[in-house]
Write a protein that binds this ligand. Sequence first.
Ligand code: B1M
Length: 244
Amino acid sequence: MADVAIVGAAEADAGADEEIDLAALGDDDLIAQMHDDLYDGLGPEIVEGTELLLGRGWPADKVLNEALVEAMRIVGIDFRDGILFVPEVLLAANAMKAGMEILRPLLAETGAEPIGKIVIGTVKGDIHDIGKNLVSMMLEGAGFEVVNLGINTDVDTFLAALDEHRPDILGMSALLTTTMPYMKVVIDTLIEKGLRDDYLVIVGGAPLNQEFGEAIGADAYCRDAAVAAETATDLIRARRGAAT
Ligand code: B1M
């Protein structure tokens, strides 16, 4: 009996390890498989799937939204519900980043004229950077020079970067309800130092909304990366138009 059980387990293992030929899948099945692979944190499979979809003529933003962002949305639900934990989510995040690296040059390549400069960071206490990095890519694609300060950015680091790079826009990202109030700390510090009017300020991140953006005195709240690129462009054009 024991032997039978052992053989059975070995067969099950062999089945689980069986390689799936991603290239043989149709688009819908490939997308579904990529959702599973990102959920399981399989970076090389995500890279392969991303390249396959691009090779089939999918635009980069469609690959991003339908394969990667949607998969991370599913991860987020299971994280919230206690089905996934930090280590698994970290692996999923790394798989997502591997896919984003393939898409980065495509999202950033528009041939657009340089339109302005932005300093962007995830605020103090917060280490979520996928959304902020996506926003940075889209802004690059819209013709912005982006100075990306990374994660866990405190007010002094923001101020030093503003002083050094003299951008048109300051962008802040927060993914936690506990870190979003720090955006107000940064804006209030700009006001105290008489610097607020020198910069446009845009904010974003999953727990924010329009009302919060207005309440902390940002120039705009942006729902997603595409809106951030559009809004940043509009704000700069409006400011330059007003100055002439
Ligand atoms: Co975190 N996490 N996490 N996590 N994590 C969330 C945010 C959470 C909602 C999960 C959940 O419970 N469902 C929850 C927050 C709950 C809350 O605050 N109410 C949460 C928690 C609790 C935590 C920890 C506290 C868990 C723990 O330790 N017990 C911990 C906190 C660590 C810290 O920051 N101090 C933690 C850790 C992590 C990981 C490290 C494992 C990993 C981050 C890896 C990384 O970023 N390198 C992680 C992840 C991946 C998530 C989820 C699953 C996915 C976030 C993501 O990348 N989404 C997330 C669940 C969720 O959001 N549904 C969750 C994909 C990305 C494309 O979307 O970031 O929303 P998003 O960005 C969008 C828009 O929001 C917008 O545009 C982007 C693109 O369209 N946007 C901007 C974002 N920034 C913008 C800036 C702009 C404009 C638009 O202008 C400047």
